[in-house]
Design a protein around this ligand. Structure first.
Ligand SMILES: [Zn+2]
Ligand SMILES: [Zn+2]
Length: 240
């Protein structure tokens, strides 16, 4: 079931992330702007030693695609600030991620991201093949959009429709390109759930995985993924 397009009155009434409800979250670890544009608070139900929630807007914005440039810049500033703080405290890595929509594991519809602070670089991040990233940039036919220095490219071996990487530019450029990418997929498919995460390696980049199809026995059991939208056609659909 796709996420609903409009917030219900109950959702608006209960949202702990909206401006004026700051007392419903633990005391913040960072605030960007005065009055605040983005704030960072400890996760109420942490699965790790340090896990933080970044609230993307004082207003009840439900889709990342609807954040303005100032909000995106403030979000990048917040992520960078908390990533630097974790490094200063001796942690080895911060896994920054966005889950949007219930199907993607998000329990609160107000746009937010999470920062999971880890002792070391997780194995899949350390094992990632850098040459595959370079290879991706050579695929002109898979490019969807460019924003300042950042490029969004459909993954040539993506397991799900529109799976993409965003590479190049500053963190704000990457997040801005992701915002535009989410907007393009929404335009093509309607409201949808998705996950994205930062790989804070060299070069830093974002992974974007729309949750348009459900994983079933073939995928889970045999590791065989059938992508119903071939990469070239996905790129073409989003470029248009
Ligand atoms: Zn809200
Ligand atoms: Zn990566």
């Amino acid at each position: 079931m796709p996420p609903p397009e409009e917030a219900t009155p109950e959702e608006l009434e209960r949202c702990p992330f909206c401006v004026g409800r700051e007392d419903r979250t633990p005391p913040e670890t960072l605030r960007i702007g005065d009055p605040w544009r983005v704030r960072v608070v400890p996760n109420l139900y942490p699965a790790f030693d340090r896990q933080e929630v970044v609230v993307h807007s004082p207003d009840h914005v439900r889709c990342f695609a609807d954040l303005g440039d100032t909000q995106i810049a403030s979000l990048a500033e917040a992520w960078q600030h908390r990533i630097d703080a974790a490094a200063a405290d001796g942690f080895g890595y911060v896994h920054a991620l966005i889950n949007e929509g219930r199907l993607a594991g998000s329990s609160l519809p107000h746009s937010h991201s999470q920062l999971v602070v880890l002792d070391r670089v997780p194995p899949p991040v350390a094992a990632e093949d850098r040459s595959a990233l370079d290879e991706l940039l050579r695929h002109d036919d898979l490019r969807v959009l460019e924003r300042n220095g950042a490029v969004a490219v459909i993954h040539y071996a993506g397991a799900s429709p529109y799976e993409s990487l965003v590479l190049g530019g500053t963190l704000a450029d990457l997040l801005g390109a992701l915002r535009d990418l989410v907007g393009r997929v929404r335009k093509a498919e309607g409201p949808f759930a998705w996950n994205a995460w930062l790989h804070a390696t060299d070069p830093q980049h974002l992974h974007f995985v729309p949750r348009l199809t459900a994983l079933a026995g073939v995928e889970l059991g045999a590791g065989l993924y059938v992508n119903v939208v071939p990469p070239e056609r996905a790129a073409e659909a989003l470029r248009g």
